[in-house]
Design a protein. Structure first.
Lengths: 461, 461
């Protein structure tokens, strides 16, 4: 594994300078931003969670921001970029942590935030424009009695397009698995990057071609997503003397199919010591289990605890203005809570084997005691309960980080390395998904979309 | 294992004759039925699915049927039975197949069908009287946008009390597991059988003391059950050249957490040849997969099939008057469909190990080719996907049936033997549940409830 793959090396097939005046001429009245300071600031996402990417990507910036008002503007921009061979990186909320939407080769940053709103919905399904904010989408769906099945911890700022293009799952995956599971993305509408762009409707399996492809396989303009009947959720924190107990309680609830839940996150001390606003719910020295439980099943949740641990928080989940929902202490927000006051740490993204979950979790805990601090997320994965994990890593050197990754992998723990820019480096399989790679040749033959992200892609023309 | 335990031996602690005139005096105006022909006819349930029980229980009958109008009548009857040491067997729909509600020691058959109706409901929970018919309950809950999480294939005739007292799961268990899972029975209200009966509220874990205890651990008068947001269900049949393919498709759908489903039943040929009304959907020589899929996810279901098999039926699930819902070809209705025209077969009830499911299923299929015909039901069990099974057995002798059971058990397939009258003989562990046995001493100290069913129980006074 190469931790120091340079963006420059990854984008060797794209021109290094771009004819922006010609682009502006072709764009006509499509809104743009060209002020260098604004373009530079808006070029950045949350790549700085990784000290390696923080260094590697610090100078990355687009040449221009294009802000399409509708799909027609997207088509016009895609055509212009194809004609002029200008790279195009799609950007929405900019909440990614792997530098997913960093314009490595400059060119156009396509800000799709204005492409928002629900196209239609019916019980169980909502079709929305890619730039729709997840909280707004959820609230609109909730008005009809439904809710999003899953969302990242960045729900309040991220978009549905960004979630599908850059994410894998999150709050809700303990019930429904990840986005890659059948039924979790029903359809995607995309614009190709060609001189005469096409608009394609990808349904079911085919829609997976845009899932976590970092925007390299077409410009997503609409997504058809499943919705679930809405529950009143209760945020819960349970404190335990040991991480082992927090894990065991989480595991027992995860396996209880009769208990409707959206989140189960065991977190080791001292991570909760960084949860400022939750201080009273996070006793000194104790591990915690964060949970979201549907209100009618809170009593069943308590029955499973059977006296284990102490419930230190139990309140209806709130995510309105001025409120910090409990899920903003889980998934990669856990890392953010620590980074707010201490940039000396970073994180990893792991997937534990389902068939020796506890053994494997405790083995890694023991192996890196005090250096890799356990933070698990119970999820379903291909129909089985296991844990995703985003442990806090006390960072020293790239070499040591690499050694920690290698050690996890050698013990059968899969690592989605968040410290490399390319899809391949970050994937569990160290290669681009075959379907996605093949599909890219059809929809982005010149390799202009987010160049450097699908590093193994060789332009076909 | 004793296949021929006699009811008489099992009920040795109860008197063999009962003072019915004294009982009538104590009951006052509580409605009763004493006409011998009616009492005999109503004493029977569906025990005759088993040729062994059919022989063993053919002469079993109660002395009197008591029909309480409300809980006060139940209390009066329980007190009277306690004072006179008269056995009391609770009976509702009478749809059990293990002779659960056969009055082995005679005495009172307590017909609770009049104890019906919803006590209260809120989103996610419904509290109903024990004698409430399951279809009626479901329809009333549906009016508010919810539905029962699970029901037996006898939904149209069975009651919620009977389901909890005699069943283990059914349609819906592929999503929520069995009744024994936390959250699947929220509370039970019971009347004890003592001279001064008490009314107890059992919540959560404690409510499991009445689950599948065949009415031996108190008289259930109310149940608080979880409900799920209602979906429009689509009944589907897919036909395959081989049972292996039907199994594989069912397994893939079972593991797809993004696809909302209520039923997945792979059934081997020639079983579907007995599905008269479904003839056109059951091609000659083909195995079938029966499924209930939430309408918005039917397209995802088809995507998982990916061209495997042929969809021969796809229609909204209907269970109104005059309609035979598709689920009446699954669970133990599969057996009934065959028994309608041929009483030479019987069945078994199996639980396959989740960690070598396919291997185990195919091993049993090969071992008893042509004699034990595969019929599986995908379920969740303790958070894992596995299969319950109710194979059709071509019956020859009790000894051969016993050998088939022993062979399954020796290969790690658990058998809930439906050919014995006692809880112990039918349990996977061959003993009464410790909680239930201990609890019985508190609520039925004289052992008057359904005597012979918890055969190991020794009266404490």
């Amino acid at each position: 594994m190469t931790l120091h793959q340079t963006p420059a090396a990854a984008r060797s097939h794209v021109p290094q300078s771009h004819d922006i005046p010609a682009l502006l001429a072709l764009l006509g009245d499509v809104p743009v931003i060209t002020e260098p300071v604004v373009v530079r600031r808006r070029s950045r996402d949350f790549f700085w969670y990784s000290p390696i990417l923080a260094e590697e990507l610090k100078d990355v910036r687009a040449d221009i921001i294009v802000q399409p008002r509708d799909e027609a503007d997207v088509i016009r921009t895609a055509s212009a970029c194809a004609r002029l061979r200008i790279p195009l990186t799609v950007r929405a909320g900019g909440t990614g942590n792997y530098g997913q939407a960093m314009p490595l080769a400059g060119g156009v940053l396509l800000d799709i935030n204005a492409l928002s709103g629900i196209v239609w919905q019916k019980p169980g399904v909502a079709r929305a424009r890619a730039g729709t904010n997840l909280l707004a989408l959820d609230q609109e769906v909730r008005a009809g009695g439904y809710e999003l099945r899953m969302h990242p911890s960045t729900k309040r700022t991220a978009t549905i397009g960004g979630f599908v293009a850059g994410g894998s799952g999150g709050v809700g995956s303990v019930a429904y698995g990840g986005l890659r599971e059948p039924g979790n993305i029903l359809a995607a509408r995309i614009v190709t990057v060609e001189e005469e762009p096409r608009v394609l409707e990808l349904r079911q399996d085919a829609a997976q071609k845009v899932n976590r492809a970092y925007g390299t396989t077409g410009i997503i303009t609409e997504l058809e997503m499943p919705t679930a009947p809405a529950w009143p959720w209760i945020d819960v924190i349970v404190a335990f003397d040991t991480f082992e107990e927090a894990f065991a309680a989480g595991r027992d609830v995860a396996h209880a199919d009769g208990v409707v839940k959206k989140l189960l996150s065991p977190i080791a001390w001292p991570i909760p010591s960084k949860f400022g606003a939750l201080k009273r719910a996070c006793p000194e020295g104790q591990a915690i289990l964060i949970a979201m439980i549907a209100e009618p099943f809170l009593e069943s949740f308590r029955a499973i605890l059977a006296g284990r641990g102490t419930i230190t928080l139990e309140a209806p989940s709130e995510e309105g203005p001025g409120q910090v929902p409990l899920y903003e202490y889980t998934w990669n927000h856990t890392t953010l809570q620590w980074l707010k006051t201490d940039r000396s740490v970073t994180y990893l993204q792991l997937l534990y084997p389902h068939d020796r979950l506890e053994e494997s979790v405790m083995q890694m805990k023991a192996l890196f005691e005090g250096e890799v601090l356990p933070h698990l997320e119970f999820i379903r994965f291909a129909g089985r309960i296991t844990c995703s994990a985003l442990p806090i890593v006390r960072y020293t050197t790239p070499e040591r980080l690499n050694a920690i990754i290698a050690e996890h992998e050698s013990h059968g723990v899969m690592v989605a390395n968040p410290h490399v820019v390319s899809l391949e480096g970050g994937s569990r399989h160290k290669r681009a998904d075959a379907d996605q790679s093949g599909f890219k040749a059809e929809v982005d033959p010149m390799g202009l979309l987010n160049p450097g992200k699908m590093a193994s892609y060789v332009p076909v023309r």
